[in-house]
Design a protein around this ligand. Structure first.
Ligand SMILES: Nc1ncnc2c1ncn2[C@@H]1O[C@H](COP(=O)(O)OP(=O)(O)OP(=O)(O)O)[C@@H](O)[C@H]1O
Ligand SMILES: [Mg+2]
Length: 447
């Protein structure tokens, strides 16, 4: 049977030429000019590989990639990018693209990329290998933790992983919440059952309900057949409800009922189905504050907040930076087939002292970029983005984030309170110690 490809490109000549190249090779090729129509085709057809341009009218290639990966996590997607947007290409890889092809397209290269993708897929369908890979990937040993605060997190994780309690994972963006969630699943008795991540903020509220609970035929216009929901598909496994703070009020009460009764009712159905799933939740929002403000149901909060894991921001555990960098270099250079044998000391100093607002993910992006552009196998300061090299003075940060004086002061206190005493802090801020004390009190900042 011929392997099926789907080409998504709005430039007709390019699209047709790609189509011709692969048809000649014996593939069955469909081609379309927009992400919207690609999504429709994917509803009704199976493709071994999707090749999409990044720039498209309407939904762009990156968003298309995201939507495909949400629905079909195993789908192989290859993106086409202009030379100038290599950063976007890296982002796409992070989002799960298999690889990227740079314009102008070289046919041989493109054919090879598709071949590689298909080869990898054949390999992966040998389930055992895949499972081993995943287990290794999420073994606790692959969560880098040199700091005492991250070690505390891991100790706690070992204790709670193999229980059936709900876990709430809190932390700023990029601190590793999803990594922790997967580690919990793969270190529990449920590890050979599905792990189903659901991003509550990525799916519109009205769709989310039927995605979660499924629906019966005729439940709404367009529901021609019954369909089971994600929660039912995760039976005996683990559901990771990500960005739980973004769940709308209507669904909050429906979720509460699921947690209380351990059963779900598909949209339009009069009958409930028993399910056995373990729930993990994550958010980067201040959910306790949302409870106080009445935007998040307190009864739901108590249900999900049985066990809480709080991931500290990277800037509060700088000991983790160096081992993380080494870990990223090791993994990513292997992936790229590029050998990197070291990081210059000054570059490492910059990395250690930077503010890392985007935490480990930001560090990862910076290192991956550096690996790509490093030439003689050594990462040097000039391979780091300018803002990191300029040092990360708090003022610069405040400027680039357009912080108000208040926010700046707050950030400043949080950042430097570990390193300076009260008098020094107040001096640096140009305020009295009493004013500093009052601000702390007003903002509820612990010393
Ligand atoms: N301690 C760690 N060791 C190794 N890799 C890490 C660690 N923490 C985070 N990472 C990596 O950093 C990236 C971001 O982590 P993850 O996606 O889990 O963050 P997140 O908290 O879910 O972020 P967001 O709130 O933006 O969704 C991932 O690639 C993850 O594997
Ligand atoms: Mg996440």
């Amino acid at each position: 049977m011929a392997e099926r490809l789907l080409i998504v490109d709005d430039e007709q000549t390019l699209r047709e030429s790609i189509q011709r190249v692969f048809s000649r090779e014996g593939y069955a090729v469909d081609a379309t000019n927009s992400a919207e129509s690609a999504l429709e085709l994917l509803n009704t057809n199976v493709y071994h590989v999707v090749i999409t341009d990044i720039i498209l009218p309407g939904i762009d290639g990156i968003e298309l990639l995201k939507r495909i990966k949400e629905r079909l996590p195993e789908q192989i997607v290859i993106i086409i990018t202009a030379y100038a947007s290599i950063d976007t290409a890296i982002r796409a890889i992070r989002l799960g693209a298999f690889d990227y092809i740079v314009k102008p397209i070289i046919h041989e290269e493109m054919k090879q990329t598709v071949k590689n993708a298909l080869k990898q897929r054949a390999l992966q369908s040998e389930n055992v290998i895949l499972k081993k890979q995943i287990e290794r990937q999420y073994a606790f040993t692959n969560i880098i933790a040199a700091s005492s605060s991250m070690n505390d997190v891991l100790d706690y994780l070992r204790k709670v992983a193999d229980t059936r309690s709900n876990v709430l994972i809190l932390g700023e963006t990029g601190t590793g919440k999803e990594l922790i969630a997967r580690a919990i699943h793969f270190n529990s008795k449920r590890s050979d059952k599905p792990f189903v991540p659901i991003n509550c903020s990525a799916i519109p509220e009205n769709l989310l309900e039927s995605e979660l609970f499924g629906y019966v035929k005729g439940a709404f216009t367009g529901a021609f057949n019954s369909r089971s929901g994600l929660l039912a598909q995760a039976d005996k496994g683990t559901v990771f409800l990500d960005e739980i703070g973004d769940l709308g009020v209507g669904l909050q009460s429906k979720l509460l009922r699921v947690l209380e009764d351990r059963e779900i009712r598909p949209v339009g159905s009069t009958q409930s189905i028993k399910i056995d799933v373990r729930f993990l939740f994550a958010t980067n929002r201040d959910i306790e504050k949302m409870v106080k403000e009445g935007v998040f149901r307190s009864d739901l909060f108590y249900r999900i907040n049985v066990i809480t894991i709080k991931l500290p921001p990277l800037r509060q555990r700088r000991e983790d930076v160096e081992p993380l960098v080494k870990y990223i270099v090791q993994n990513y250079s292997k992936e790229l087939g590029k050998s990197i044998h070291g990081i210059d000391e000054r570059a490492m100093d910059y990395l250690k002292s930077y503010h890392w607002q985007g935490n480990v993910r930001e560090l990862q992006n910076v290192i991956e970029r550096a690996i790509l552009i490093a030439e003689d196998g050594i990462i040097k300061p000039e391979h780091l983005p300018e803002n990191i090299r300029e040092g990360d003075s708090a003022a610069q940060n405040a400027l680039s984030n357009k912080l108000s004086i208040e926010d700046y002061t707050k950030a400043f206190i949080l950042e430097y309170q570990g390193s300076y005493n009260e008098t020094q802090l107040a001096d640096m801020l140009g305020i009295t110690r009493k004013a500093l004390w009052e601000k702390r009190k007003r903002w509820g900042l612990q010393k």
